[in-house]
Write a new protein. Sequence first.
Length: 118
Amino acid sequence: MEKNQLKYAQQHLANERTFLAWVRTVIAIVGVGFLATSLHFTIGVHRDPRIDLISIVLGMCALGLVITVLATFGYLQKKRQINEGAHECARYSNRCFYGHIVIDDHFIFCFHKSVKLS
């Protein structure tokens, strides 16, 4: 173990806990995605090919994969910063988060607009 890693062991452990929290979040999101996909195809509503595609993509873990990649990138970046003794503020994470919310709201709006219950 490097000298810097011993010196900053508490920060490394906190970084690992944060990464594992993201992994737990991904597991929950993927579970909800499968639930939403199964409900979408068994509910018996008017079908729209665009909404079916969105449902399949979300159910097939696309969001979970993106979050896993971003969490891994963040973990490795923070590990490097801890070892170097440098701290940089997160520049893009808030922008990505709010951009994702806007995209999700758009998909929900499109789904709500196209659903016609029988």
